[in-house]
Design a protein around this ligand. Structure first.
Ligand code: FAD
Length: 465
């Protein structure tokens, strides 16, 4: 049987983009239906941002405990720890459940209707959802596509058995003895480091000439040094053409074309994510595309009237906070508010060890764009708080226009620098000058003093270096 309903806004996908759009639309009194085939919270809450950060925290805690089992310089004397991975995964699942339950409650509180099932697009105003054998046809005035992305699968190394994507790597039934990670982007390294800290042997294979190839060399270097210290083997300019003949590992080709075999009992393929654009009728809308992504304008409108798209589906940076900001904006535009998506900067964070933050322009990008900039950095080795945290690796770097000192970029590498990303992006969004940050009293002792000192250094008057 087919039941037909109608609504003003129909959102496909309950990830950070879609659920935020639906909450805001509900708050604004727009009749809204959100269709989710998997779990509310999408990739981010279920198999992305949150579970990865939980696993990283557990790995850090274990690694810390293990580091105190020997002769800890802190004077701590403890026995060698053990880990029950099943319990770790259950703890992570508990966090995910709390958060996804919260999303469901917020949608309900704000009057958005949630339909569970996979949506199929019939046309720009009609979607059909299979719900337990029956079909629900929903007509809408506005269709918002927020279907996200999926891990890229390599045809010669398909997922299955001991070849896993980040999804399976976040819920291991056991720890591998030797994990090979294909791809040294942020997802591969975040998980690779976590597994190493949990006690697995880890080897990373990367086609580019450095780890974190999307980031500049200065930022990648401290991470590369840390991988070495942690005992992670890294093969650069190398590729994995397929499984080893016995299936117990992979073949690896180095830059010189020589092949060898890496024996491994688990292989994590982390070579990127692709937007989810097929399998549910999206193609039939014949929307303008931007490569593999749906093309949008600065209001997240697609090439079809009243069809909107947000989040990973629409391109880089494929990050949860971008999806959320777009979702909130689309709901407001539909409610009649004048909004455009023109952020001065979108922060990007790698939760590696050390962490990496990039906000706004790097010195290289400024040079490429012909913006004449001053650049200065301040090392955590000269920051008191970093010493007390045993986190003296890395630095904060500021990029500002030479003519008027407006800050256009911040980059940082170091322990817990993810938390500095807010101050970085606020200063750029608010048009702060080097003098504003340099002249603001920062709490002592904190890592954020490195931010103030970098600004002062760019002005030629740093105090602590
Ligand atoms: P998604 O979160 O992918 O949600 C899309 C939803 O749509 C899914 O729930 C899916 O089931 C549903 N859907 C798809 N098709 C249909 C259909 N036809 N019918 C019904 N429902 C459908 N980002 C960060 O900002 N910070 C991080 O630290 C971070 N860490 C990450 C770690 C990992 C391991 C991974 C994989 C990703 C990480 N990301 C991180 C990226 C982040 O998860 C995504 O950018 C974000 O989830 C994108 O949100 P979205 O709303 O566009 O799509």
């Amino acid at each position: 049987a087919v039941t037909t309903e109608s609504t003003t806004l129909l959102v496909i996908g309950g990830g950070p983009g879609g659920y935020v759009a639906a909450i805001r639309a509900g708050q604004l009194g727009i009749p809204t239906v959100l269709v989710e085939g998997g779990e509310l919270g999408g990739t981010c809450l279920n198999i992305g941002c949150i579970p990865s950060k939980a696993l990283i925290h557990a790995a850090d805690a274990f690694h810390q405990a293990a580091s105190h089992a020997g002769e800890s310089p802190l004077g701590i004397r403890a026995g060698a720890p053990t880990i029950d991975v099943t319990q770790t995964v259950a703890w992570k699942d508990g966090i995910v459940k709390r958060l996804t339950g919260g999303v469901g409650a917020l949608l309900k509180k704000n009057g958005a209707t949630v339909v569970r099932g996979w949506a199929r697009i019939l046309d720009g105003k009609t979607v059909e959802v299979e719900t337990g054998g029956d079909a629900l046809r929903i007509r809408c005035e506005h269709l918002l596509l927020a279907t996200g992305s999926t891990p890229v699968e390599l045809p010669f190394l398909p997922f299955g058995g001991n070849v896993v994507s980040s999804t399976e790597a976040l819920a291991p039934a056991s720890l591998p003895e030797h994990l090979v990670v294909v791809g040294a982007g942020y997802i591969g390294l975040e998980l690779g480091i976590a597994y190493r800290k949990l006690g697995a042997r880890v080897t990373v294979v990367e086609a580019a000439g450095r780890v974190l190839p999307a980031y500049d060399d200065d930022l990648a270097k401290p991470v590369a040094a840390s991988l070495k210290r942690l005992g992670v083997t890294v093969h650069l300019e190398s590729s994995v053409p397929g499984l080893a003949d016995d299936g117990r590992g992979v073949r690896m080709k180095n830059g010189g074309g020589e092949e060898s075999v890496l024996a491994a009992d688990r292989i994590l393929v982390a070579v990127g994510r692709r937007p989810r654009t097929d399998g549910y009728g999206l193609e039939s809308l014949l929307l303008d595309m931007n490569g593999r992504h749906v093309r949008i304008d600065n209001q997240c409108r697609t090439s079809m009237r009243n069809v909107w798209a947000i989040g990973d589906l629409t391109g880089e940076p494929m990050l949860a906070h971008r999806a959320m900001a777009q979702g909130e904006m689309v709901a407001e535009i539909i409610a009649g508010k004048r909004r455009h998506f023109t952020p001065a900067a979108i922060p990007a964070v790698c939760f590696t060890d050390p962490e990496v933050v990039v906000v706004g322009m790097t010195p290289q990008e400024a040079a490429t764009l012909g913006v004449d900039c001053v650049t200065a950095s301040f090392p955590f080795s000269a920051n008191g708080r970093a010493m007390t945290l045993e986190a003296t690796d890395g630095f904060v770097r500021v990029v500002a226009r030479r003519d008027n000192h407006v800050i256009v970029g911040w980059q940082a590498v170091g322990g817990a620098v993810s938390e500095l990303s807010a101050a970085f992006v606020q200063s750029i969004e608010m048009g702060a000058l080097l003098e504003d940050v340099g002249g603001t009293i920062h709490a002592h002792p904190t890592l954020s003093e490195a931010m103030q000192e970098a600004a002062l250094r760019a002005l030629g008057r740093a105090l602590h270096i």
